[in-house]
Design a protein around this ligand. Structure first.
Ligand code: PMP
Length: 395
């Protein structure tokens, strides 16, 4: 190894470890369902984005297996050469129906999708108004575009309006975009889309909503944009196929012309191999299930409300989540990490999230209940929370 790289790695890794910021990965020895196995130990899983439990659904496994039999395990090429199977176009038609848009385009991941879509439309002569708590992939997509990035205070509509006005009146930019998560995953709060759309209309802003955590969860499953009845007012509806949908992949849903443009200009679509057939079929089936019935969606909310009520009654600070995401705010970083570790010892897997992912002093253990949890599992988790909460003086 080069000396300079060796020094760089040693110094930085040691620094992270000393600050307690080095993330240790615990590989699962089971599927990522409501109960997981790590190191031979069974744990109640409150850390996955598998909101509806679809990652292990038999109906999805069945179509995925059939797709492998017929089409193999890989798509064989990038979409624009000959990696587009009919399965991909059917998935995209299904996404468009699900999102109430004219068309959709699928990518290999949600992360990829943000990198692809923002930079296909925005460039150095443009500006992007971006909520300060937007996901890392949005931040990276904005950077890649080379547009001027204007950070907006979290969900602060006065700040957004003032900055939109200033950007518009400066005359410096060809296009201005406003970009936001639909649901913010650290606190579970929902973007104020009606006001964002109103401001966008006033200043002719392009609207971009990344609904990674809202799809399958809000709007009876159709997402945050549908929840507010704004399907025809948002230009880019981004989603991921990896969370509520339970598989992998990302997408943009929008007007036909926008999707056509992304198909000729977005680089991961042009230069990275297409999603594998099994994933495409499984994702399509998952979306069909969501369109057929709200059963899983309803169970997710029931479980979310149940866990929130249980933790709140014990005296935990669960923040102001408006979705099933249930943060348990501990505050101090070290105590938060200790809390999560003790939960693990007692049989609950719930990750601690601390600075710099969330502001200093707001360390939390984040709980993601799913439709697949039983009441018994949640009761057990709540009982363990009670024990640790008392032991560590949090409640
Ligand atoms: N956007 C948001 C808001 C996310 O939370 C995530 C996942 N953490 C992504 C995009 C990336 O999606 P994926 O995991 O499908 O790459």
């Amino acid at each position: 190894m080069s000396k300079v790289l060796d020094r760089f790695l040693t110094e930085n890794l040691n620094d992270l470890k000393e600050k307690g910021l080095f993330n240790v990965i615990d590989p699962l020895q089971s599927a990522n369902g409501p109960i997981i196995k790590i190191d031979g130990k069974e744990l109640i899983n409150l850390s996955s984005n598998n909101y509806l439990g679809l990652a292990t659904d038999e109906r999805l496994k069945d179509v995925a297996n059939k797709a492998i039999e017929e089409f193999g395990v890989g798509a064989g090429a990038v979409r624009t050469i000959n990696g587009t199977l009919e399965l991909h176009t059917k998935l995209e038609e299904t996404i468009a129906k699900f999102k109430h848009t004219e068309a959709a385009i699928a990518y290999q991941s949600g992360f990829n999708c943000n990198m692809a879509a923002i930079s296909a439309v925005m460039d150095k002569n443009d500006a992007i108004l971006s909520d300060e708590l937007n996901h890392a992939s949005i931040i990276d997509g904005c950077r890649l575009s080379k547009a001027k990035i204007i950070r907006v205070n979290h969900s602060d509509m006065d700040d957004l309006r003032a900055k939109a006005k200033e950007a518009k009146e400066s005359g410096l930019y060809n296009k201005i975009m406003v970009i936001t998560d639909g649901v913010f995953s650290m606190d579970g709060d929902i973007a104020r889309l009606p006001e964002i759309v109103e401001i966008a209309e006033e200043f002719d802003l392009i609207t971009y909503v990344d609904d990674a955590h809202g799809s399958g969860v809000l709007g009876k499953g159709a997402g945050t944009v549908k929840h507010f009845g704004l399907s025809d007012k948002v230009d880019f509806q981004i989603g991921t196929l990896s969370k509520a949908i339970g598989v992998v992949g990302g997408y943009v849903a929008g007007k036909k012309d926008l999707i056509e443009w992304l198909k000729v200009r977005s680089r991961p679509f042009l230069f990275s191999t297409a999603l594998p057939p099994a994933d495409v079929e499984a994702a399509k089936r998952a979306i069909e299930i969501l369109m057929e019935s709200t059963e899983l969606h309803d169970r997710l909310w029931e479980n979310g409300d149940y866990l929130k009520k249980g933790l709140k009654e014990l005296g935990f600070n669960i923040g102001d989540s408006e979705t099933p995401i249930t943060p348990c705010i501990i505050g101090d970083e070290k105590l938060t990490q200790q809390f999560s570790k003790r939960l693990y010892d007692e049989g609950v897997y719930a990750k601690s999230i601390v600075f710099p992912t969330v502001p200093q002093g707001t360390g939390r253990v984040r709980n993601m209940p799913t439709a697949a949890h039983t009441k018994e599992m949640l009761d057990n988790a709540i009982a363990i929370y009670k024990k640790i909460g008392k032991e560590l003086g949090v409640i």
